[in-house]
Design a protein around this ligand. Structure first.
Ligand code: PGA
Length: 251
């Protein structure tokens, strides 16, 4: 059975003092909780803090994006090797905010995904449709194209070292969650698409749901057969909410 994975995406939130309390509370609350993989995706400046607080604990950490180049004149950017210097295990790639606000195309996301894999990180590839796309009946096609761009770039075998997160854009930060059935339908389609290339890789692939996942709706989403965890934004900033979701993920 696939292990559930609950990941907090802090986005551009936090501060040294606030993070210290949050990480401490999460570690204390997770004592005695086993059977769920947990990680936090923190802003770059706090990677050292996350490493110091979390090294040797069951909670992993990572960054929210990465540049695909190994080094060079890319002012403001951060490489895979730099993330490795802070012992990151994971990195998010292709979050919808990166795609929409920072103009990352499917092809650019695929390059980041490939660089992360090549550098030994476990990338979480985010995919998902906008409200307009859903209403136009394009959900399946949009998600399939986003996934396909990454798949074509790295090959299906590499997906054994990656995670996919389905995050409908209309559900992110809006309080409007996909219903368990709506999410399951897309998760099943993602798994089927991967299975078309390699059934074993598909069977093992963790596919997370993201978009207003909260303690109140986590259990019913996580109970769906193809939902293997959550990528949590707002609720990951509140220790008790994040912990409640982690507990709901224990199978
Ligand atoms: P949300 O964000 O939980 O605040 O909706 C999820 C995400 O963007 O990863």
């Amino acid at each position: 059975m696939r292990q559930q994975f609950v990941a907090g995406n802090w986005k551009m939130h936090g501060g040294l003092a606030q993070n210290r309390r949050l990480l401490q509370d999460v570690l204390v609350g997770l004592a005695g909780v086993s059977g769920v993989e947990v990680a936090v995706f923190v802003p770059f400046p706090y990677l050292a803090q996350a490493q110091a607080a979390l090294a040797g604990t069951p909670v992993g950490w990572g960054a929210q994006t990465v540049n695909e180049h190994p080094q060079g004149a890319y002012t403001g950017e951060v490489s895979v090797a730099m993330l490795r210097d802070f012992a990151c295990r994971y990195v998010l790639v292709g979050h919808s905010e990166r795609r929409a606000i920072f103009g990352e195309s499917d092809a650019a996301v695929a390059e980041k995904f490939a660089a992360a894999l090549a550098g030994g990180l476990r990338p979480v590839l985010c995919v998902g449709e906008t409200l307009d796309q859903r209403e136009a009946g394009q959900t399946a096609a949009v998600v399939a194209a986003q996934l396909d761009a990454a798949l074509q770039r790295v090959g299906v075998a590499a997906l054994a070292n990656a995670v996919v997160a389905y995050e409908p854009v209309w559900a992110i930060g809006t309080g409007r969650t996909a219903s368990p059935e709506q999410a399951q339908e897309v998760h099943a389609a993602i798994r089927a698409q991967v299975a078309g290339a390699d059934a074993q890789v598909a069977e093992r692939l963790q596919i997370l749901y993201g978009g207003s996942m909260k303690p109140q709706n986590a259990a019913e989403l996580l109970a769906m057969p193809d939902i293997d965890g959550g990528l949590i934004g707002g609720a990951s900033l509140v220790a008790n909410d994040f912990l409640a979701i982690c507990r709901a993920a224990v199978r």
